[in-house]
Design a protein around this ligand. Sequence first.
Ligand SMILES: [Fe+2]
Ligand SMILES: [Fe+2]
Length: 292
Amino acid sequence: MEKQVIRQHTSFIKFIYSSVLVPESIQDLVEDIGFFKYRHMCWAMEESVREGEEFGGTFAVDEVAELKKLKTQRELVNYLISDLETNLRTYSNDNLPTIARFKNDDLYFLEQLKEIKEGRLKGSFKPELNRQLEEPITAFSQKGKLKGVELTSETKNALIFFLMEEIFKEYELILIYSFYKTYSQNSTTNSVFTDLAYDSIYHLKRFAQLAKELGVLTLPRPIPLKKYRSEDIIQFLKENIEEERGAEKNCLILAEKIGNDQLRDFLLFISRQEVYHAYLLERALATLKEKK
Ligand SMILES: [Fe+2]
Ligand SMILES: [Fe+2]
């Protein structure tokens, strides 16, 4: 199962990042697959634990790095197709319900992606989509600007710095919260970790969207997850409450200097969510202390 954790984790990264890269008309589909892949990864983690195996935070780094080399939308769709095909080749043990589920989902979505590759949406040919598939991918081009937003070079640099740091952190948190969720025996901590992971996926997507427009999107690095197995969870929760407060502060500082109403409102909205993250972690902490 550890192999499946790596496969589903790799797919999750590819689809959730691609959901901000693809043309709007297919964004929902790619995002849906990304969320299924997130759940598949969590289910593979749970199966691993049931089988008494450890699992880590590695993924197929080379495969993910290929995202940066793709030139057009059509190449991106082909890349996603070949990801599901690679997965399907690993589902030999499909009398296991979890593997059967992966196979069922991947087969269905593979057919939908193949339709899109031919410029079709729900059965009918869409010339507009077919044209969009020839468009270049500029998310990594290092040049770009936000539509309808004028930024000074100082605020633009501050925003880029913020995005790069936060994108990495959100990805890291998704993994760590999912990891702790897998081992958590308590309903409060379980729901706290689940909710935090989903909130972090949302933050990752929104930040990645901005980074894409600016041409400064960055890809994740593997996290040494296994080390968290031996870490004291109480200590982790305390540190992360501080991290969440730090995230709130970073948003507030940037919101103050950004000089654009829409971006300021967005940053304030995110900052208030970070406050709630700290609250959720406080609750988890109180529950665990009570049990001790
Ligand atoms: Fe966040
Ligand atoms: Fe957060």
